[in-house]
Ligand binder design. Structure first.
Ligand code: SAM
Length: 276
């Protein structure tokens, strides 16, 4: 199996759309009249969920009519957010055919099928013409990709002149062995977590200026505190990323929380621009 097959297998669920719809119904939602807010607890597969996407969008600076590419779009939560809140036309691409199918089905359910289109494919072989997008972003994807130089060069190719790249990834901030399974990898062989300095070097070599960088460690700790408080309330939410992660969900989440809380990892945002 090559690494992309290993990664796709890690994220495979088997009956994800039905599991999400069942959980929404159990949470009292009408699955025939869903809103973006209904989906947010289950379609944003990154630390901090929808609030993290809102914060990221504020840093990234997009506006109506922009053509966006969401690399490693997952279930398309962020793509739908950018389409709905900012009027962007969003293309998503993801290794997981199952995630792409669910992303498109959820977009149709909330009436965004015309603005959000997701397709299967690799971040390392983007099937788009040069300068197809005004901005590209990826949220919690770089941890699955070893060759970040190739990733950034491919993104640079599909970006228009002065186009922006936004990143929100889990990065290394301290030394020590990581705990597995993680939400993004069952074992170290599919995990390519790197530090911010390595990202910056690869970005600059690919022709990007790094305009902004924000370490979101404090934000992650606060979001974990809220998760724990909810769990301790004795009323665990029927909706949450445990639906998507299925196997070992609790272990994956607690390992990630442990390594963030012990100063090994933090989510970091970067906003970059093609050097003109
Ligand atoms: C942790 S999930 C994040 C999903 C989404 N960005 C979000 O924040 O909700 C990582 C996603 O990246 C995708 N991915 C990982 N490596 C990829 C690659 N080489 N090409 C395309 N997608 C990839 C996975 O299939 C998975 O859907």
């Amino acid at each position: 199996m090559d690494i992309e097959q290993v990664v796709a297998l890690h994220y495979a669920h088997g009956s994800l759309e039905q599991a999400i719809l069942d959980a929404l119904a159990a949470a009292g939602k009408d699955v025939n009249r869903l809103t973006l807010a209904d989906l947010a607890p289950v379609d944003e597969f990154h630390i901090g969920g929808r609030p993290a996407t809102v914060e990221f969008a504020g840093q990234f600076g997009v506006h109506g009519g922009m053509r966006l590419l969401d690399v490693g779009c997952g279930l398309g939560g962020a793509a739908r957010y950018f389409a709905h809140e900012h009027g962007c036309q969003v293309t998503g691409i993801d290794l997981s055919g199952e995630y792409v199918a669910v992303a498109n089905a959820l977009a149709a359910r909330v009436g965004l099928g015309g603005l959000v289109r997701c397709q299967p494919g690799s971040a390392l072989a983007l099937p788009f013409a040069p300068e197809s997008f005004d901005a590209v972003y990826f949220l919690h994807v770089g941890m699955n990709i070893e060759n970040k130089s190739a990733l950034f060069a491919g993104i640079r190719r599909v970006l228009a002149a002065s186009g922006r790249l936004g990143i929100y990834d889990v990065m290394r901030i301290g030394a020590g062995d990581l705990s597995y399974p993680m939400p993004w990898a069952s074992s170290p062989d599919a995990s390519f977590v790197a530090d911010a300095a390595s990202y910056r070097r690869a970005l600059e070599a690919a022709g990007f200026d790094v305009l902004k960088e924000r370490n979101r460690w404090d934000f992650a700790l606060e979001s974990f505190r809220l998760m724990r408080a909810r769990a301790a309330s004795g009323r665990p939410a029927p909706l949450g990323m445990h639906i998507v992660m299925a196997d070992n969900a609790g272990k994956k989440i607690s390992n990630m929380m442990h390594d963030v809380e012990h100063g090994l990892l933090a989510p970091v945002e970067m906003v970059c621009q093609v050097v003109s």
